[in-house]
Design a protein around this ligand. Structure first.
Ligand code: HEM
Length: 395
């Protein structure tokens, strides 16, 4: 089972997934104490069927204590609380609010590319796909630009502590949570006095049948946005550039037909899903794929494997930016379907269009093996050094 943590697996988990799908698509991984589900239909079922596969879970460091801000995180809730909270936050996080961000996303994208365009070198992750989503979320929440660096630090720590889902935690991340909550409490108080055109003001205003979000709900939701929205989008952009460089015919096709960009992004989501797996807990003894999963067991739905299932996708291991039917489940399925999907798609489209236009002759700077991102849930590389023909800054 150590294979699940080896750099070779993390770089390319797909051959092992194929073996699991072929031999035992639902299996108990004894050393890890988890059940794993690998084929498309069953992964979809696990994500969808909240009555049998519950999302409720409290990370270890929160057991027996007040939750982060006294509220519960949307992603680890079941109905009816999930339905109520999701309805409320959806009022603030609308596709219209996201679409309005396009010009700011483009401005931040070009600012980041301006910093490297004349040098002919970029670490696509460090210099671009990592800072972009953090800055976008900070702006969306209404964090003043002078506090951005501090916010980035908290964001890193909060993302790192997301590993508590698989058991690890540390006091630094707990301290960062506390500092960040204190900071957000101040912003919430300010926006209560004087609402602005930002997400926190919209969350404060959201109301459903006379129910408002509590301060704790808003704090938990802000922390969830950092965990759910940053590293995932970083890796979507990184995985897109990597897949295009590894498949020069597809890169040439995209350059010839730029209107294929949205379909290329969907293909990256399928082909190298930024989140490979999601956790659930069996709410009772559950029969699935001929196995009985005992009540209380942790269950992992491997979306990264499901999205390569040849029973669902023609030529599943081929990266095809013009794929006609692509019902991937990289954003999940059912009631927890990613709330940030429109934002992630928008950021990826703006970012990739700018990279393709402004960094000509893009190529790997060396042929060293790439270092995979940490853990088996997030899928991507931690650094991607590239060269290109230098171009002028825009400003
Ligand atoms: C490529 C980028 C992204 C991917 C692959 C992704 C993937 C996912 C997946 C698979 C889920 C479902 C979790 C489950 O079923 O338990 C989810 C939920 C969620 N995502 Fe994303 N996400 C991305 C970007 C974002 C962004 C940019 C945001 C917001 C800024 C965001 C916010 C959320 C939230 C709030 C949930 C919880 C929804 C709920 O529980 O009802 N995500 N995401």
């Amino acid at each position: 089972m150590n294979a699940l943590f080896s750099p070779d697996f993390l770089r390319n988990p797909y051959p092992l997934y194929a073996q699991f799908r072929q031999n035992q698509p639902v299996l108990f991984m004894e050393p890890l104490g988890i059940w794993s589900v690998f084929d498309y239909e069953h992964v979809k079922q696990v994500l969808f069927d909240h009555a049998r596969f519950s999302s409720e879970f409290r990370p270890k460091f929160e057991e027996g204590t007040e939750q982060r801000g006294g509220g519960f995180s949307l992603i680890t809730m079941d109905p009816p609380r999930h339905t109520q909270l999701r309805t409320l936050v959806s009022k603030a996080f609308t596709p219209k609010a996201v679409a309005a961000l396009e010009s700011r996303i483009a401005a931040i994208t070009h600012e980041l590319l301006d910093q490297v365009s004349e040098t002919g070198r970029i670490d696509l992750i460090r210099d671009f796909s990592y800072p972009l989503p953090v800055i976008v979320i900070a702006e969306m929440l209404g964090i003043p630009s002078e506090d951005r660096e501090q916010f980035k630090h908290w964001s890193d720590e909060v993302v790192a502590s997301a590993d508590s889902v698989v058991g690890a935690t540390n006091s630094e991340s707990q301290q960062a949570h506390e500092e960040m909550n204190a900071y957000f409490r101040k912003i919430i108080a300010l926006r209560r006095e004087e609402p602005r055109d930002d997400l926190i003001s919209a969350l404060l205003a959201a109301e459903e049948s006379n129910t408002h979000l509590s301060e704790g709900d808003i704090l938990s939701f802000c922390a969830l946005l950092l965990v759910a929205g940053n590293e995932t989008t970083t890796n979507l952009i990184g995985n897109a550039v990597l897949s295009l460089l590894e498949n020069p015919d597809q890169l040439a096709k995209l350059r010839a037909r730029p209107e294929l960009l949205p379909s290329a992004i969907e293909e990256v989501l399928r082909f190298k899903s930024p989140l490979q797996a999601m956790f659930r807990t069996a709410a009772r003894d559950v029969e699935i794929g001929g196995q009985v999963i005992p009540a209380g067991s942790r269950v992992v739905a491997w979306m990264g494997s499901a999205n390569r299932d040849a029973g669902k996708f023609a030529a599943a291991d081929k990266f095809d930016i013009a794929r006609e039917s692509n019902p991937h489940i990289a954003f999940g399925h059912g009631m927890h379907f990613c709330l940030g999907a429109p934002l992630a798609r928008l950021e990826a489209r703006v970012a990739l269009q700018a990279v393709l236009e402004r960094l000509p002759d893009l190529a790997r700077a060396d042929q060293d093996p790439l270092t995979p991102a940490r853990g088996f849930i997030v899928h991507g590389v931690s650094s991607l050094p590239l060269t290109f023909t230098p171009t002028k800054r825009l400003d």
